[in-house]
Design a protein around this ligand. Sequence first.
Ligand SMILES: Nc1ncnc2c1ncn2[C@@H]1O[C@H](COP(=O)(O)OP(=O)(O)O)[C@@H](O)[C@H]1O
Ligand SMILES: [Mg+2]
Length: 254
Amino acid sequence: MSDAAAISLAVAGVSKSFGGVRALADVSFALPGPGLYGLIGPNGAGKTTLFDVIAGRQIADAGRVLLDGRPVQGLRPHELAAVGLARTFQECRIFPEWTCLENLLFSLRPKGLAGALGRIVTRRATAAAEAIRDARRLLALATLDAYADMPASVLSFGQRRLLEIVAALMGRPRLLLLDEPAAGINPGLLGVLADLIRMLHAERGGLFLIVEHNMEFIMGLARHIVVMHQGAVLEEGPPAAIQASARVIEAYLG
Ligand SMILES: Nc1ncnc2c1ncn2[C@@H]1O[C@H](COP(=O)(O)OP(=O)(O)O)[C@@H](O)[C@H]1O
Ligand SMILES: [Mg+2]
């Protein structure tokens, strides 16, 4: 896998419809290097669909996704993982009955293996000492080290979100897509979450693209923000410019 110090993501003319619903309408933007980036927009703007296209879960009707200038649309999720892409899901996907450590190690499994077989392979094949060390280090960063050997079901909702984020970082992705990491999180934990994301980025590098509904949260975190509205890019720029944009304010109020 190449160096996280050199990563760029470009979306060029991506469109996607579901029946009559035009979820993405000619979306283009370029994120030229490592950093923390935000992707915001009202509900239904197309943010998750765009993540699904970038991550190979949905096939675009038109347009291209370029990683380091190379087209990657059409690659399967496991092929994208091999070139350094990882993501989290809006609805938070972890395995509650597995231990926190197993949840992290599972993200390194040979792709396609799920269920009991995936768990066995995880334990035997991928539980190399180095992977376990890395997993414990990530759990510590997320202040979850005390829960390493407990089932993830003992975690609070907010802690599960932290677990999902650090699990996505196993395998050292260069491009990390976070879909509404702050959704449903207790306001008292938002600062912890923002600090964790900053710390993980400082330690691991790479390009983090964060979909977020909570404006205050993302404005304090990202250095550059892309705003989507009705399937298209409405505006992009540094947080201060986005907050001052009449078009953005109108889209959120309208
Ligand atoms: N699998 C799907 N089937 C049908 N419509 C979908 C599907 N996924 C998303 N949509 C529609 O596409 C639009 C964009 O949705 P989404 O990407 O989830 O928006 P966001 O994440 O910004 O809230 C919405 O109108 C949504 O209902
Ligand atoms: Mg969404």
